[in-house]
Each structure stands twice: as C-alpha cells, then as structure tokens.
Write a protein that binds this ligand. Structure first.
Ligand SMILES: Nc1ncnc2c1ncn2[C@@H]1O[C@H](COP(=O)(O)OP(=O)(O)O)[C@@H](O)[C@H]1O
Ligand SMILES: [Mg+2]
Length: 365
C-alpha cells in the first residue's frame, strides 16, 4: 500500500460521518462548524445536515488525521491551514485563536460538472449563445476578466472557459491554492507559498507571474488578481500575451476595470494614472460578470467589451454585448445579446471564422 492509499483509507474511516456528501457529485462543499453542526452546499443551496461526529474527540482526531498526511500541524502559531484530500478536494482548517468556538473545517470538492460549460448552460448560468460567443473569444485570444462577488462561480467559469484553449499551446497557470484543473496536456501550474514562521521563503503571485514570462507561455491564467500583480499582468497582456484570463472581485464590469486599476496602483511602480488607464483599456478585451442569486443560482449577468482606448472623459469605454433582459411572456430575466456588434469583427482567426454559427454570426457580422 502506498502512502496515498493509506491516507485514502484512513480518511474513509475518520470522515465516515460525512462520507455520503464527499461521494455525492451534487454536493460541492462540506462545512463542519463543530462535531454536531455540519452544513453542505448541494446544487448551489446551503443545507444543514443531520450528520455529526460522535463527539468532540472523534472530530479532533479526524482533523489530526487529515493534517498528519499533509505534514502540517495546527497550533496557536499556525491556526489556519490549507490541505488537500487524496481525491483532490481542498480542505481549510481554522482553529482558535482565529475561530472563537472550536475548530472549523471546510471541504471544497472539485465538483467535476462545474468545470463543464455545457452543464453551466444547463443550469441556466449562461445561455447557449453566450457560451458560443465566449468560446470564440477564447479561440480569438481575447484577454478575459471574470468578475463577480465571493462564491459567484468565477473560478468555475474560468476553468470551464479554459477548455476552449486550443491544444498545442503552452499554458502557465498561477494560483494561490491549486483550484483550476485544466484539461490540456501542456500546462505548467505554479502555486504561491506563504512565508515560514520566520518570515522567509514567501513566493507571491507577483513573483510567479514575473517568472512565468520567462517560461515561454502562449497563455497565462491567473486564478485571481488581488494585488500589484495586476500591473504586471496588464503590461504582459499589452505586449503580446494574448488570450490570458483571470478572475477579480467586482460587482459590475465598470467596477472591475476600476478595481483592476486600483490593484495595479498597489504595485509601487510610478506610472501616471492616464498612462495606466490607457494600458488597462488596451489590455483587457472582455469582462464576464457573474453573480450569486438568492437561492444559490449563479448567473452571468453581463458580458462587456472594453474598448482599446480611454474615452474623452478619461474613463473606460465599455459596451455590453450581453445583458440581462426580461423575457417576453415571463417575469424571468435572461442573459441576451444586446444587438451590439463585436469590435473584433473582421479580426477573427481562421479557426474562429470557421466555427461561427447562426447564433454568433450576427455578433461578428
Ligand atoms: N454556475 C454555477 N451554478 C451553481 N453552483 C456553482 C456554479 N459555479 C460554481 N458553483 C459553486 O459555487 C461555489 C463557488 O464557486 P467558485 O467558482 O469557486 O466561485 P468564486 O471563484 O467566485 O469564489 C462552489 O461550491 C461551486 O461548486
Ligand atoms: Mg475563485
């Protein structure tokens, strides 16, 4: 038996109370607040379960067991730990003093279906026409920002979109903790590192990004931009690294551009604001806005093109290609093409031209 097998077997044993949820593909997240308070997220809904660990001690040994295999120990010095289960699920453990009552464990599963864009269309997260438009945009090496609030499905959509990157391209993925699962063969995955307790050895997204440029990537995918790496990314995007994608925390496409700008300003590189804006405007081609609805449904609420220049008022010029519109004969809002032509019409690659359909041809006509 390999160490991995032993790990898998002991996990089975220790995590028995939540085993059914780990096996259920409809469950995307298991949240253990305490031995007898366990929630799951199923089909996008938060549900309190009947499951419980026998007692606090059993719960504590389950946690210790998970951590034992990761080589990390929970202590007052390291009260927050990220680990990975043998099946790839991500585990986050938080204890006192960061958590006031006991120890909290969340297990985020890689719900395979969430990575499949056809399934997202079926769930109503986006429409078939929008899916085809995004596919063409990825093929056409557009630089794409997926924007949205916490848990709005940004990472899942980014992952699903990555499937449209043609084979034969070298993809570098940069993340804080490995969430993305690209299907291509030629993928280099880089992960950040936290400093040890003496403050040494930290490797930031920014460090990884800079190093990635020397890895001869065709495309760079950053899991999420949160800091000064935004500037490096903008500059790489304007200097020939087309087809790059990332996610960003923002509430609207306009907010996404402003936020990107604010993050770029954190880079400690002196750059006049108008110059930064001009760069950002030409770097980002498309913003896909996501939102988590009440009840747990995730919706693409807008897809906007960013014009490659700054407007006369000194602000970004955004054009909604898709927006929520009320359907005829229904109260429901649906993502619909606004009728705007893509500014990238006439610049489609041969591959993209060849895959235009009746749904997408009018957008690029
Ligand atoms: N389109 C979707 N419909 C329903 N649930 C989704 C969808 N996309 C993601 N989820 C679920 O929402 C949670 C957060 O997804 P994630 O992509 O990590 O969001 P974000 O990156 O915005 O924080 C996960 O549990 C995931 O399985
Ligand atoms: Mg995310």
């Amino acid at each position: 038996m390999s160490v991995d097998d032993i790990f898998a077997a002991t996990i089975e044993h220790y995590l028995a109370p939540i085993r059914p949820y780990l096996d259920d593909v409809a469950v995307s997240e298991v949240m253990i607040n305490s031995a007898n308070e366990i929630y799951i997220e199923k089909d996008g809904r938060l549900i309190r379960t009947e499951a419980r660990f026998a007692d606090d001690l059993t719960y504590a040994s389950a946690i210790n067991n998970i951590l034992q295999f990761t080589g990390k120990t929970l202590s007052d010095d390291t009260p927050l730990i990220d680990a990975r289960l043998p099946n790839g699920s991500r585990v986050h453990v938080a204890k006192a003093p960061c958590v006031r009552h006991g120890t909290v464990v969340t297990i985020r599963k890689f719900a395979k279906s969430m990575l499949d864009i056809d399934w997202l269309v079926e769930l109503g997260t986006l429409t078939e026409q929008a899916r085809q438009f995004l596919r063409l945009s990825v093929l056409n090496e557009q630089n794409i920002l997926v924007a949205g609030g916490t848990s709005s499905g940004k990472t899942s959509l980014l992952n699903a979109l990555s499937a449209y990157i043609p084979p034969g391209q070298r993809i570098v993925v940069i993340e804080d903790s490995a969430e993305l699962q690209l299907q291509q063969d030629h993928v280099i995955s880089l992960e950040t590192r936290q400093a040890d307790r003496f403050g040494r050895g930290a490797v930031s997204i920014r460090d990884l990004f800079r190093s990635s440029l020397r890895l001869r990537p065709d495309r760079i995918i950053i899991g999420e931009v949160r800091g000064g790496e935004a500037l490096d990314m903008i500059q790489a995007m304007t200097s020939g690294h087309g087809g790059s994608m990332t996610t960003l925390h923002a509430n609207s496409p306009a907010d996404a551009m402003n936020r990107l700008e604010t993050l770029a300003l954190m880079s400690e590189v002196e750059l006049p604001l108008h110059a930064l804006r001009a760069q950002a405007a030409s770097a980002i081609h498309l913003i896909v806005q996501m939102s988590r609805q009440i009840g747990g449904k995730r919706l693409v609420t807008a897809i906007s093109e960013v014009e490659g220049r700054v407007g006369e008022d000194g602000r970004y010029v955004l054009r909604d290609m898709f927006a929520l519109q009320r359907r005829e004969s229904s109260e429901q809002m649906q993502l619909s093409w606004t009728g705007e032509r893509s500014t990238h019409a006439g610049r489609l690659s041969d591959a993209a031209m060849a895959s235009l359909s009746d749904l997408t041809r009018p957008i690029f006509a």
